[in-house]
Design a protein around this ligand. Sequence first.
Ligand SMILES: [Zn+2]
Length: 191
Amino acid sequence: MAPASKRRNKRRRAAVIEPAAGGMRLWAPWRYSYLRSAHSATPECIFCFGKLSAAQRKRRLVLVATERSLVMLNLYPYNNGHLMVAPRRHVASPELLSRDERAEIGEVVAAAVRALRSELRPVGLNVGANLGRAAGAGFADHMHWHVVPRWDGDNNFMPVLASTRVLSQSLEDSYRQLSPVFKALEAGLAS
Ligand SMILES: [Zn+2]
């Protein structure tokens, strides 16, 4: 075993893997400056758009777009059928939403879960929002909920080691399968 001072020096240079509650924890303190610089530029907001043609909707993977809410497939999905539900307004946090927006979005999240259950038959789902970049939000200024279907054994070592995900359905196929279900939801919300 190396002396304590040597072990500390080593820790400064390299990421360290240590056991932690619920699994292993990767320590990489040098990533902090990278994470800050990587997010300094503001990318175009993917959730803000005007009226879209059917072709544009398909290209942007938009399944629902009402006055208050939208649903789209995630272009970088964690799993097949990974949906994002968002308000139409560019706001960063749920307390900034109106009561009507919160009511509609609550309905849409429930409808998204129902649609994924009936179309893709997942064993479980993750539903949640990351508020702020530190919490993992890619588009922190426009809040959105993720609705991710899960199957037993769908999470292997690939996402952890190589940022690579194994998906069995293409985004085009997911869009084609889910589109009619969400068209009906959109029509119901508009009426
Ligand atoms: Zn936006």
